[in-house]
Ligand binder design. Sequence first.
Ligand code: SF4
Ligand code: SF4
Length: 296
Amino acid sequence: MNRFEILKKNKWRYISFIIGFLLLVSPFALLIRLEFWITGNLAEPSIHYACLRMPIGWIFRGAVNYLISRPEMTAFIIGVLGLSLFLGPIFCGWLCPVGAVSEAISRIIPLPNKFRIHIKDTNITSALRYGFFAGYITIYILIGLKLSGDWIGSICCRFCASTILQNLAAGIFGWLLPTYGSIEYWGTASIIVLISWLIIGGIFTYGGRGWCLFFCPLGAFSNLLYKVGAKLGFYRITYNKDKCSHCKKCNLVCPMWAIKSDHSVETALCINCKECVNICPTGALTMKWGKENATK
Ligand code: SF4
Ligand code: SF4
């Protein structure tokens, strides 16, 4: 299957990414605009009002008052995490503009794969990913126990890829629509994130999802819930070894390095993007509901 055929097979996913951008990123931010219109909020909408990282911190520091005072953000995080349990991390795989942009950059820039980071052992990738996630939630548990100040949490905001994406959009659309805004807030942290997210995590990482794999707490939390949901028999990817021809095409298309050496899928990494299902020539990989053995 050539590059064009892969694009064609996955066209709904790429269309969905464009919809995700229009829903969340200003100057469009259509979802936030709708919410502001309903609630009568006169603020300028942007991706920050749909922040999915801060509520995870609030959950782990036990800040119920924050969750109550920002009901729209609480509803959004419950929706995304609930979907992850029942349908897998489809926000990550089908809507998230941060992951979509870095994945797109990786596909557009034809860097030879030998120059790209690619850890093939899913145990190592999972250990690195969840080690970072454990560090992240530890910070918020310490804040909740009053063993650390709030200022540590605000560092996370400085090193946020959503902020960089929103600022890039502000720069590009501010240039096209001078009344909208301009590129701003560029400092050391922004440049570090830009390099980590788009250059190292996008161009120099196989699949372009380096940021998602190692630094996104929402992605890690969503995948943990997916792992639980898959064990309970909710919607998940399944592998039938009897049908597999060991062609390794699934390994080559997976942006999350989630295919194990035996070609079964590590649900702690998989974002249910269906790229492997669409490329598998024998139908060994399928999406299923039900209690049937997930590893068969
Ligand atoms: S295992 Fe398949 S569905 Fe999961 S992330 Fe990889 S390509 Fe996408
Ligand atoms: S693409 Fe399908 S047949 Fe090929 S290795 Fe993967 S699961 Fe097996």
